[in-house]
Design a protein. Structure first.
Length: 96
């Protein structure tokens, strides 16, 4: 499978890696080899008698139903808050 340098940069970004152009090219060829190897191995697996699955556990949705309950008063919720502003929790920004 042919990978582009852009795809390698995207994978590096997901892994929080900063790569030089030389490293991008090196990893591009290595990733191609890994993907080709695994694709070949998967293509050798006999799946003729395997039924398609939506999930491997066989479990169905086991969530409980919603049961609304009264909430706590705002004053008690905020009483131990380190920082608050206009009746809301105030937190440091986590996104740029």
């Amino acid at each position: 499978m042919a990978l582009t340098s852009e795809q390698v940069r995207m994978v590096a970004k997901l892994a929080n890696l900063e790569l030089t152009e030389t490293e991008v090219e090196k990893f591009r060829s290595q990733l191609e080899e890994v993907i080709d190897y695994n694709a070949e191995k998967l293509s050798q697996v006999n799946t003729d008698k395997v039924e398609p699955l939506l999930n491997v556990s066989g479990l169905t949705n086991a969530l409980r139903g919603d049961e609304p309950q009264p909430g706590l008063p705002q004053k008690s919720v905020l009483q131990n808050a380190k920082n608050k502003h206009n009746g809301f929790f105030k937190v440091k920004a986590i996104l740029d």
